[in-house]
Design a protein around this ligand. Structure first.
Ligand code: ATP
Length: 229
């Protein structure tokens, strides 16, 4: 549960994401998705309830829990004066990771996400799509086991979206657990094995994607039916 003063933003969200799963967390604007993510990663203090990351309580064992999570947040929060390469290297520093191995991993991620040519530019000098890729690279720098993506393809063009989907599928196939929030229902349908839909801070359904869209219903129809006020 998360309250902001007397307003309850999230209540009664009970979820278990399985190891290796690609999980979709959907809901209309203001449903409580980012609040839930902030609670999971420890950026927001919950007003009640418990959150465990691979068995680690995210309050009492926050260090272990945080180390296992890579977050690509909805809003960019890069240091504007750092080069792309330093964004990755500094992010690793938050986890106590330094040195040659991290510099090499940063270079590998820049290469993988097509950012090598811009490695020494400040982040303010790259495009929106490049910022999305940088955000993903930063989320992966410390080799997390759980990747949390808050609208990772907002504002990116069709080609990059398809490319990002491929990267995410590959990461998941390699064993990374993925927790995705998106307003692109097609994206959720394409990528997620299970989907939870939240409305007004509560879960209204949680099912395997194929069950949610059984009987020929589109995910959009199901979503609207469950979330329309
Ligand atoms: P969107 O899809 O628009 O990003 P969301 O599902 O991520 O929405 P949240 O950002 O979690 O929604 O917001 C849930 C509710 O909590 C909203 O009503 C919002 O106004 C409220 N809220 C979020 N952050 C705060 C805050 N710091 N103080 C007070 N209310 C907040």
């Amino acid at each position: 549960m998360k309250r902001y003063g007397s307003f309850t933003a999230v209540d009664g969200i009970s979820l278990r994401v399985r190891v290796g799963e690609f999980f979709g967390f959907l809901g209309p604007n203001g449903a409580g998705k980012t609040t839930s993510i902030n609670a999971i990663v420890g950026l927001a203090r919950t007003s009640g309830g418990a959150i465990r990351i691979f068995g680690h309580d995210n309050r009492t064992q926050w260090r272990q829990a945080r180390r296992l999570i890579g977050l690509s947040p909805q809003e960019y929060n890069f240091d504007r004066y750092l080069s792309l390469r330093d964004v990755l290297i500094f992010a690793a520093g938050y986890y106590g990771l330094h040195g040659k191995a991290i510099a090499e991993r940063a270079d590998m991620l820049l290469e993988r996400f097509g950012l090598s040519a811009h490695a020494h530019l400040e982040y303010t000098k790259i495009s929106g799509g490049q910022k999305r890729r940088l955000s993903l690279a930063r989320a992966l720098i410390h080799q997390p086991s759980l990747l949390i993506l808050d609208e990772p393809t907002a504002g990116v063009d069709v080609e990059l979206r398809l490319e990002l989907w491929e990267w995410l599928r590959k990461l998941n196939a390699d064993g990374l657990t993925v927790f995705l929030t998106t307003h692109y229902l097609e994206e959720a349908e394409q990528l997620c094995r299970r989907i939870a839909i939240v409305r007004d801070g509560r879960i209204v359904t949680e099912k395997p994607t194929e069950e949610l869209v059984a009987d020929g219903a589109s995910l959009q129809d199901v979503f609207l039916e469950l979330t329309r006020s």
